[in-house]
Design a protein around this ligand. Structure first.
Ligand code: SF4
Length: 403
């Protein structure tokens, strides 16, 4: 029998290219089906219909909106926030049987994990996924872990996953001794993870999923460590495209994932802003590339960006590198400040924007009629293991006092 080449043995599963809203993809965190008749976007009565449906539902519904949602949706939310703040707020409302989550799929999953069995989480458009979360499929991460076991380093490696990952990846992290982090607490989560394997100064490792940029920025900027300690694991290559020596020498094994919005901001845009707006303060999200983060004045989560802009003296000039819906809203709400968007070639997050007023009206009116559309239900075992990872995050020093 002819020898099978290594490439043939380890060639990755073909990537499924699904048209959003059609068919199903069990390896993806995306929801992909959107049944039912949606109101026409041109319906002039949409605002009145949304108002009437919310009024009819009263306290039975709690509508959450991520900062990256459209204004037309934010208008009907009961609270806004980043993904973790919203999941915690959902958990703090056990009296509301319906949680309508205006955000993306992984956020609604986290809300389902953290709320009671009596509550139902609804995502108004199941095609609202997240390209970053989709870059780490469970079978790929399990293959990676098997390779780390074979390389003899799994025992000294702690997996840490960003909130922006599927419940299945959070569960993987939970059952392998790891935790979840957000863009607000990544430094504390990494410090905790390294403490489990000998400390930041030691020789242990972190497998950071799925956003390589948040992992790299936290290691280099927040922990003041060397960029050369980081390697990138490419799930489409045998052994992540790394040599055994590279794996053994690394301290941070970064999954090759990124945000398709924040990954597009460039150092040139920061330089242009500084040239064109004298005295400008540049603030960016840590999902941006390290070269961009290194040039910024401030780096932080959406909550931190909002706080920084809101509390700055009137007349401060800002250039902001995060999703456009939030930057436009900040500019509208703070006319006393001069606020610009960092990069003219970067557009809205297309999946966040899938939640629009017609989908929200459809979800709310269906609930009024007693029909639950697009419920997000995480498998019980997966939910339990994901909760283990989330609980470890909640137990991080100082976690409960922050958003
Ligand atoms: S902005 Fe980036 S990380 Fe957030 S939902 Fe969109 S693709 Fe995902």
């Amino acid at each position: 029998m002819p020898a099978v080449s290594q490439t043939t043995q380890t060639s990755p599963a073909p990537l499924s290219l699904l048209v959003l809203g059609q068919d199903s993809d069990p390896h993806s965190e995306r929801g992909v089906e959107c049944p039912g008749d949606l109101p026409e976007p041109s319906d002039p009565g949409l605002v009145a219909r949304a108002r009437a449906a919310k009024e009819a539902l009263g306290d039975r519904v709690f509508v959450l909106g991520h900062h990256y949602q459209r204004d037309e949706v934010i208008e009907f939310t009961d609270t806004t926030g980043d993904s973790f703040k919203l999941a915690k707020e959902a958990a703090a409302r056990p009296d509301a049987p319906y949680i309508v989550f205006c955000g993306v799929h992984f956020m609604a999953e986290s809300a389902d994990v953290l709320t009671s069995d009596e509550q139902t989480v609804v995502l108004p458009d199941l095609a609202a996924g997240c390209s970053m979360a989709d870059m780490a499929a469970l079978h790929q991460v399990e293959d990676c872990w098997d390779d780390l076991v074979e390389a003899g380093v799994a025992e000294s490696t702690i997996p840490v996953t960003y909130m922006n990952s599927s419940a299945a990846i959070k569960a993987f992290t939970g059952r392998n001794g790891g935790t979840v982090c957000t863009s607000s607490n990544a430094e504390r989560a990494l410090t905790w993870a390294f403490d489990q394997v000998g400390g930041v100064e030691g020789e242990g490792k972190v497998l950071f999923l799925p956003d390589q940029h948040l992992g790299r920025n936290t290691w280099a900027r927040d922990l003041g460590r060397d960029l050369e300690d980081c390697v990138v694991w490419n799930p489409h290559l045998p052994m992540g495209g790394l040599t055994l020596e590279e794996i053994r020498d690394a301290r941070m094994i970064l999954w090759r994932g990124h945000c398709s919005v924040h990954g597009r901001f460039t150092p040139e845009a920061v330089e242009t802003a500084r040239r064109e707006i004298p005295g400008v303060r540049v603030i960016v999200h840590p999902e941006c590339r390290n070269e961009v983060v290194a040039l910024a004045d401030e780096v932080g989560s959406t909550e931190k960006i909002i706080r920084a802009v809101s509390s700055a003296p009137a007349g401060t000039k800002w250039v902001v590198g995060t999703e456009l819906n939030l930057v436009q809203r900040l500019a509208k709400e703070h006319p006393e400040q001069q606020i610009s968007f960092l990069e003219k070639n970067v557009c809205y997050c297309s999946t966040m924007n899938r939640i629009d007023l017609p989908h929200l009206v459809w979800a709310l009116e269906s609930l009024v009629e007693g029909r639950v559309v697009n419920p997000i239900v995480v498998d019980e075992t997966v939910a339990e293991q994901a909760r283990t990872a989330l609980d470890r995050m909640l137990a991080l020093p100082g976690e409960r006092s922050t958003d």
